[in-house]
Design a binder for this molecule. Sequence first.
Ligand code: AMP
Ligand code: FE
Ligand code: FE
Ligand code: ZN
Length: 273
Amino acid sequence: MRIDLHTHSAVSDGTESPAEVMAQAARAGLDVVALCDHDSVAGWEEAREAGKAHGVEWVPGIEVSARHHGTSVHLLSYWHDPRDAEAEAMIAKTRDARVHRAQAIVDLLGQRYPVTWADVVEQSGGAVTVGRPHIADALVARGVVADRSAAFTEILRPGSAFYVPHYAPEVVDAVRTMRAAGGVPVVAHPYAGRAGAELPTRVVERAAAAGLVGLEVDHRDHTAEQRARLRDLAASSGLVATGSSDYHGAGKPNELGENLTSPEAYAALQAAR
Ligand code: AMP
Ligand code: FE
Ligand code: FE
Ligand code: ZN
């Protein structure tokens, strides 16, 4: 069983439609795939149908933007009820804040580079959740940088003069809200924060008490040493250790299935539903 529990479509900052992601997953020989667009479930129907068509078990997921103090934390959640009013309100507030934040970044960029809000709207296509990758694409289209990665390292990273944060709920509150909505929350890439900002152990423990079920351990942004420490932390906190690709289509080098979740870990997530 090849299980990849973290992928993105063009509903957020991936480059392929939800159906294309599922088709690629079948080609990559995956058996189980979760679609986890940032702050949106808009791809669920399409991915569900495509999963059936391609014989891939599709898992409904989301990557909720959260914070711990000032630092960004990403929270994966599987199987929550998309009609849950509290979860939807929390997620919609972040989606809305992302638009204003992207406009603020473009206002700053416009003083220095030939980039406009119309460029970003064009690059984001049908995306429901706007993010810096769409601004990066606008910079690429204008010839300012070569690709998304260069846009991030040269211009869009936190600490840059062009960086603006956006509202997001505290991670422990996000865990509680997604759990109450029937979700199975797993912290995404907990040690992949910028400038070595690892999510502190005491926050993981508070999140576990609030209903956190797992930690994403095997992810390309973690070193072998970080994976070993995270695996120990998962074991000592009673959390499930997962692994995944964080696939973004052509938007990132990540390949489907490059990291996997074991069948035992997947069964433990299902048992927590
Ligand atoms: P935002 O959601 O606006 O905060 O932007 C964060 C997103 O940008 C992440 O979800 C990644 O998909 C993407 N990202 C972050 N760093 C890079 C990078 N170096 N190259 C390409 N994409 C990146
Ligand atoms: Fe992303
Ligand atoms: Fe993430
Ligand atoms: Zn992701």
